[in-house]
Ligand binder design. Structure first.
Ligand code: F58
Length: 755
């Protein structure tokens, strides 16, 4: 085992106690890299490639220590020398190679695939700048580049390199690997990130996220998802996608040949799961490689490819379902556009009467999801409800053609990161109460034996309090903000989007503010915390951030209200912040417009950490309710059938709701004098008008029910016995949401890997 003290003297010529957190981080990173070097890479014959434009892996130090079995030892050793692992971890820069749930899911999956001993690598891109760093200035979101690459690093450059032919030039790649360690596993997998051999392009200003999008040769891997609101942005995105999948396909074929494949039997050696439509071009690219470089006939190449590719859909929102103009693909890679046209012809001749399943529509636009469904062998949704909506509505024509291709794989989260590493206090509590078998099978139901045990419920309460104090200290130390650890902690963290309805919680805050001003003092002070980024081109989402930041300032300034209500928008929400926020939460806000949230995974993380959920009947919330029972979750609002019906029949009229006596004053408060004094007129008026006249995602439809349920939740919080029992029941049933269960389902039903 590692002797940290000796290592400190050897590397930095001083005792551990005198080392900075960055120095200790460096020692520990080297140690983990050495240990993982000793583990062999999984080399079973059949291998999974999880191809994804995003891998939101978070910081790796703690997780790797835990998976290798050194976590407790290192933590204690550091403490003996007056150091804390949490603070050492602050020296690690989190790679933000993802936007949100989809990217984080990919990271949880890699952990589970490896933990289960399956042979599977992640394949993606090595963006030099991850998602922008969010800063708030004048109560608005501003953008700073997130330069995460630098020493020391988990990335290891490999010898592997491929040529990717574009229309007017060829680019050479370099492959970087990050080891993926499983929990107590003897083999490892890898996250394989392709980059340009050399990236010389500079961002124009160190302080902004603008850069020359036309300089593809130098900028291709510079940014994660550059703003695609213009054609240049779109083209760059196609260049990125093609670069990613061409490298992936070449790697897959080369590795399969190494493991004994004769290429015709490629599908016995490799299965490819594509994470949403972003890697769909891997289908024509495999066909190109098989026909041009391996002498296989077109129709056979199509069949080999079809037997290899499986597609996961993560959304029913039309703006996120990718469609590329044929001419754009032509401009990037004419060979690929030709292959897509051939595939489209096959579909058009087979299904001439079903225009909705044609890959290229009448306007010469390519529908990527359609390509993935026709030329893959599996399509899955990410929660029961979402899959039903895909089958019944969104992809109904496809379901009629290929019922056997469709299945559900309800999302999951890795318990290593979201329980064992993020909440060691709750972990030891569980170990004490129910033993450690759950480390392997995630079954926490034995905890139900303690449901009525007051001592146990008190312990649970004490753990939550401890975690609130930790959150308070963390926020003070890293962001200079203060929260009251004796308050109810009520959290909504996720990308900012109208369908996720952060605006509803903002309207509730206005309600509560007015209520406190009337003299109705909450029994326990309330802290409402938001976190999340808005896409740079998404104006209304930025207006929502502005509204919340203005409300936060207004309340902070109001001495009549601020002892009882605090609103905090955590700057630059990311995986690391989530690891502090989630264990401290009493209340988890999951209030999307029913039918729009494919699954959600934050909902699962909160549940596992003992928060109670306020939820609409959407995504995996429905399954949480099935597990814990209606009395242990706070559900409200219109169900998805009603919402779908309203959309189909143009049946929602925001003015109808706006005019209601409870709603109007709340909405109008957005443009009231005190708000206009703090905020920006243009932003607040635009948002006000949007909610009043349009409200496309129906924030008002469920608002009255939402206010009622929130009042009920705060009331229940005062009844300690009831509250902590509900909390315990939630934890006990969270086992279903382990990503190990999800991955086992993918493996048994789609991948068929041996372990
Ligand atoms: C998310 N999608 C879903 N997309 O919204 C969420 O319900 C689900 O739990 C999660 O996937 C995992 O299945 C998501 O995160 C993106 O971030 C897209 C990235 C590309 C641009 C459009 C959004």
């Amino acid at each position: 085992m590692l002797n940290l003290q000796n290592q400190a003297r050897e590397t930095f010529n001083k005792p551990l106690a005198d080392c900075s957190n960055s120095e200790i981080y460096k020692i520990l990173l080297d140690f983990v890299q050495n240990e993982s070097q000793k583990l062999p890479v999984n080399d079973s014959k059949r291998k999974l490639y999880y191809v994804s434009a995003e891998f939101l892996i978070g910081k790796l130090l703690t997780n790797n220590l835990l998976n290798l079995g050194f976590y407790d030892e290192v933590k204690e050793e550091l403490e003996k020398h007056g150091k804390s692992l949490d603070e050492v971890e602050e020296a690690e820069h989190e790679p933000s190679l993802g936007n949100g749930g989809l990217g984080r899911l990919a990271a949880c999956f890699l952990d589970s695939i490896t933990t289960l001993g399956l042979n599977g690598d992640g394949v993606g891109l090595n963006y030099h700048f991850g998602l922008f760093r969010q800063v708030f200035e004048e109560n608005k979101q501003k953008y700073k580049p997130d330069e995460w690459l630098g020493e020391p690093t988990w990335l290891k450059k490999s010898e592997i390199s491929f040529n990717v032919p574009f229309k007017s030039f060829t680019l050479t790649s370099s492959l970087y690997d990050i080891s993926v360690l499983g929990y107590q596993q003897k083999t490892k997998n890898r996250l394989r990130l392709f980059d340009l051999e050399s990236v010389t392009g500079d961002i124009i200003h160190k302080d902004s996220i603008d850069f020359d999008k036309t300089n593809i040769k130098e900028n291709l891997t510079l940014f994660l998802y550059p703003d695609d609101s213009d054609r240049e942005g779109n083209l760059l995105r196609i260049y990125q996608q093609y670069f990613m999948v061409s490298n992936a396909a070449q790697l897959i074929i080369a590795e399969a040949i190494e493991r004994g494949s004769n290429v015709k039997d490629l599908a016995d050696y490799a299965v490819i799961q594509i994470n949403d439509t972003h890697p769909t071009l891997i289908i024509p690219e495999l066909i190109r490689l098989l026909t041009t470089e391996h002498d296989i006939e077109f129709s056979e190449a199509v069949e080999i490819t079809r037997n290899m590719v499986a597609f996961t859909n993560h959304t029913i929102l039309s703006e996120a379902l990718e469609k590329w103009p044929l001419e754009d693909i032509e401009e990037v890679t004419p060979i690929i556009s030709e292959i897509i046209e051939q595939l489209d012809q096959m579909i058009k001749s087979e299904f001439s009467n079903y225009p909705k399943v044609h890959i290229i529509d009448d306007n010469d636009v390519i529908h990527m999801a359609r390509l993935a469904i026709h030329f893959g062998f599996s399509t899955n949704g990410v929660s029961e409800l979402h899959t039903e909506i895909l089958k019944d509505i969104e992809l109904h024509d496809f379901y009629k053609i290929y019922p056997e291709k469709f299945s559900n794989k309800t999302n999951g989260i890795t318990f290593r990161r979201w329980l064992m590493a993020a909440n060691p206090e709750l972990t030891s509590f569980l170990n004490q109460k129910i033993g450690t078998k759950w480390h392997k099978d995630a079954d926490l139901k034995a905890l139900l034996d303690y449901q009525k045990d007051e001592e146990t419920l008190d312990e649970l309460k004490a753990i939550k309090h401890d975690r609130k104090v930790q959150l308070k200290n963390h926020l003070e130390r890293t962001k200079g903000v203060k929260i009251n650890p004796n308050s109810i902690i009520d959290i909504q963290i996720k990308r900012i989007h109208e369908y996720k309805r952060q605006q509803m919680l903002a309207l509730y805050i206005i309600y509560k503010y007015m209520d406190i001003k009337k003299g109705n003092i909450p029994a326990t002070p309330i802290t409402i915390i938001f976190g999340g980024k808005a896409a740079p081109a998404y104006t209304i989402a930025q207006d929502i951030i502005h509204l919340i930041l203005c409300l936060s300032e207004l309340i902070d300034q109001d001495e009549q209200v601020n002892p009882y209500l605090k609103v905090l928008f955590v700057e630059n929400y990311n995986v690391g912040e989530a690891e502090y926020l989630i264990p401290a939460a009493n209340i988890s806000e999951q209030i999307s417009l029913a039918s729009k949230e494919a699954s959600g995974t934050g909902n699962m993380k909160f549940m596992l950490n003992g928060a109670l959920t306020i939820a609409t009947f959407d995504g995996a919330n429905v399954e949480i309710e099935e597990l814990v029972g209606n009395e242990n979750i706070y559900t409200f609002g219109r169900i998805s059938e009603e919402i779908v019906d309203l959309y189909e029949n143009d049946g929602y009229d925001s003015m109808y709701y706006y005019k209601k006596a409870t709603i109007k004053p709340l909405v109008d408060f957005i443009v009231s004098d005190p708000m206009l004094e703090i905020g920006n007129k243009e932003n607040l008026e635009r948002l006000h008008n949007d909610i009043k006249y349009k409200d496309y995602f129906m924030a008002l439809i469920d608002l009255i029910e939402f206010i009622a349920i929130k009042e009920k939740v705060y009331e229940d919080y005062e009844n300690e016995k009831v509250w902590w029992e509900k909390s315990l029941v939630n934890i006990a049933h969270a086992g279903f949401f382990s990503s190990d269960r999800t991955i086992e389902e993918y493996n048994h039903e789609i991948w068929h890997l041996d372990n």
